[in-house]
Write a protein that binds this ligand. Structure first.
Ligand code: EPU
Length: 417
């Protein structure tokens, strides 16, 4: 096990390049299951979750070749329909194979994901939607057993906006007979990127990026190439890093139009965000203002940025009310931040942060991916040397975060725990 050691107090300066988005790359790599022949995906980040999905594609009979950020996938040899417990428990996004396996093989056996650190995270809406497309679904010994002689287009209404649920249904419907309409669909840029990839494969999908997505099923899809969109959560994390260190950094290779809610909240907090020719310049301030934040589905403020933004609010000059409406247990970082001197009170899904302008170093423990990022940001802003343990969480979703921060002048490194 490793830890990240952070000597707080340095002001970040320089330029940071954003990697491809994990949450776009995962469904897009999986979409190769819908085709026969080599697909080529570029700008794929080198992350633990990406290695896990590649392993799953290989287990299913696919071939995967990686060269730098280019990943090629050929699923001609698809010969298994099972996503085993060992893989699904390390990464819930493995359930994304459910839709494509049903569409290609008419059968899927996928371990039912259990709860996770941030919430119960059921997949009932994925299953309900697939049933509406004609799949028979049962639960046997902890596995979802899904079968469909043929999938047929239908109207699917999502009670709650679900990102991977929308992605699973889009992939299943792409090869279904007839037209599927998804209502209250997720509008995340990652959903749009998946739909674009599938359309390049020959699918007929319209409306991605709006709450109503229409998919006209086609008989077959052909392999394609696609460049993974930039990771808006990684970009947002570096933008907050500039804010908490009162730094001045340029974030290049990001997509500003995906960062609207983040940019707006940073500006309200007094942080300058300027669009330059090749990226965004973020200039911190000594006087951070408190702002309230409510997490919402896109284009609202992302739940995946809530923990990091909370660190900024710990350094602000007033009270900030942070409401988490997506996941029921996504405040686990709070008790760790309190160990660093943060003044935060939680009531239900609301955290009240009393900014004080000061955090002090402490040994803290990472509990999930975005919580780990928040603790690293807190360490950068704190007085003294912070040690963040259990950093394997961060390797799931941030490419070389400590190296990128060190290049910006942060004093941090990895060490054996
Ligand atoms: N939900 C249900 N039933 C379902 C599906 C979802 O009740 O069938 C609920 C969830 O429990 C949650 C809410 O709906 O309360 C939204 O969950 P969603 O399904 O949208 O989450 P997800 O698809 O499992 C993706 C990202 C998460 C991100 C969320 C929300 C991927 C691989 N994961 O998860 O990313 O937090 O959307 O934006 O795309 C991360 O990267 O750290 C991460 C957790």
């Amino acid at each position: 096990m490793e830890k990240i050691v952070i000597e707080g107090g340095s002001r970040l300066e320089g330029t940071v390049a954003i990697s491809g988005a994990k949450n776009a790359a995962l469904p897009i790599l999986v979409s190769a299951l819908l085709t026969e022949g080599w697909n080529t995906f570029d700008n794929v980040p080198d992350l633990k979750d990406i290695r896990t999905i590649k392993r799953l594609l290989i287990d299913l009979g696919g071939k995967v070749e990686t060269s730098g950020s280019v990943v090629k996938v050929d699923a001609s040899g698809l010969n298994s329909y099972e996503a085993p417990y060992d893989l699904v428990r390390t990464m819930r996004a493995s359930v994304l194979v459910l839709g494509p396996l049903l569409a290609r093989l008419g059968r899927a056996r996928v371990s039912l994901p259990g709860g996770c650190a941030i919430g119960a995270r059921p997949i009932n809406l994925h299953l309900k939607g697939l049933e509406e497309l004609g799949a028979q679904i049962s639960l046997e010994h902890g596995y979802i057993e899904a079968q469909a002689r043929s999938l047929k287009g239908a109207v699917v209404y999502f009670d709650i906006v679900t990102v991977t649920g929308t992605e699973n249904l889009i992939m299943a419907a792409a090869l279904a007979e007839g037209v599927t309409t998804l209502r209250n669909a997720a509008r995340e840029p990652e959903v749009v990127a998946l739909a674009e990839t599938l359309n390049r494969m020959g699918a007929q999908i319209t409306g991605a990026g709006t709450p109503v997505i229409t998919i006209k099923g086609v008989e077959a899809l052909k392999p394609t190439s696609f460049s993974i969109i930039p990771d808006r959560i990684e970009a947002g994390t570096f933008m907050v890093a500039a804010g908490v260190t009162r730094g001045n950094i340029k974030v290049v290779g990001c997509e500003p139009s995906h960062l609207g809610a983040m940019i707006n909240k940073l500006q309200q907090a007094g942080i300058r965000v300027d669009q330059e020719a090749d990226g965004l310049r973020i200039v911190g301030t000594e006087m951070i203002s408190s702002v309230d934040v409510k997490t919402l589905p896109y284009p609202g403020f992302p739940t995946d940025m809530q923990a990091q933004f909370m660190v900024l609010m710990c350094l602000a000059n007033g009270l900030s009310v942070i409401s988490e409406t997506i996941f029921e247990n996504r405040f686990i970082h709070v008790s760790e931040l309190k160990r660093m001197g943060a003044d935060i009170a939680i009531s239900g899904n609301t955290a009240v942060v009393r900014g004080g302008g000061r955090l002090t170093a402490a040994p803290v423990m990472a509990t999930d991916l975005r919580a780990s990022a928040s603790l690293i940001l807190a360490g950068l802003a704190a007085e003294g040397t912070t040690e963040v343990s259990r950093v394997y969480h961060i390797d799931r979703g941030y490419e070389s975060i400590e190296k990128k921060l060190a290049q910006l002048g942060g004093h941090l490194w990895r060490a054996p725990a």
